[in-house]
Ligand binder design. Structure first.
Ligand SMILES: [Zn+2]
Ligand SMILES: [Zn+2]
Ligand SMILES: [Zn+2]
Length: 171
């Protein structure tokens, strides 16, 4: 049992964020529920999807990444409601549309997609998965599977990407 420095309760290790390097040990001595209560800013945040202004705890925060002031870092500005709607849509699209094989081309950047970035042989201009199920956020329509870098928006400078993106996005 470990004592939470904040609520002073004696708790099992499962009540704490685990230390990845020392299994069975808490990463720090405040429990997860104290972390949720006291380590998330009390500010209002605008959701980028539904545009509601909501208290910070409506947004996902990293459990073990902190800002300089000791408060937990926010993962993104999609509120809990929008995030769960989004994951339900993606799960459904993934069931209905099978991901392509690896070692085939990404339809946006036209590079060969390896499963992991470590799999890409030296000196080869390729990209990596896992394949990302892409859909139109307004119409919810399935667009197709694209590589990870294209999905997070770091392939934007590539000529092939610029050629393919407008039609892909229906612009
Ligand atoms: Zn506590
Ligand atoms: Zn929202
Ligand atoms: Zn790509």
């Amino acid at each position: 049992m470990f004592t939470c420095s904040s609520c002073k309760l004696q708790l099992s290790v499962n009540s704490f964020d685990a230390d990845p390097l020392n299994p069975g040990q808490p990463l720090y001595y405040f429990c997860m529920s104290c972390s949720d209560k006291y380590r998330i800013d009390g500010v209002m945040v605008n959701c980028t999807v539904c545009h509601r202004s909501l208290p910070s705890h409506y947004f996902q925060h990293y459990r073990t990444r902190f800002k300089k002031d000791g408060m937990r870092l926010r993962v993104n500005r999609n509120c809990k409601d929008c995030s769960s709607k989004e994951s339900a849509i993606v799960a459904q699209l993934k069931r209905a549309n099978k991901a392509p094989n690896y070692l085939t081309k990404c339809p946006l950047c036209e590079r060969i997609v390896y499963e992991k970035s470590e799999d890409i042989p030296d000196g080869i201009n390729a990209t990596n998965g896992p394949w990302q199920c892409d859909h139109d956020h307004n119409t919810k329509k399935f667009r197709g599977y694209i590589c990870k870098p294209c999905n997070v928006g770091v392939s934007g400078d590539l000529a092939a990407y610029q050629r393919n993106a407008p039609a892909w996005k229906g612009e």
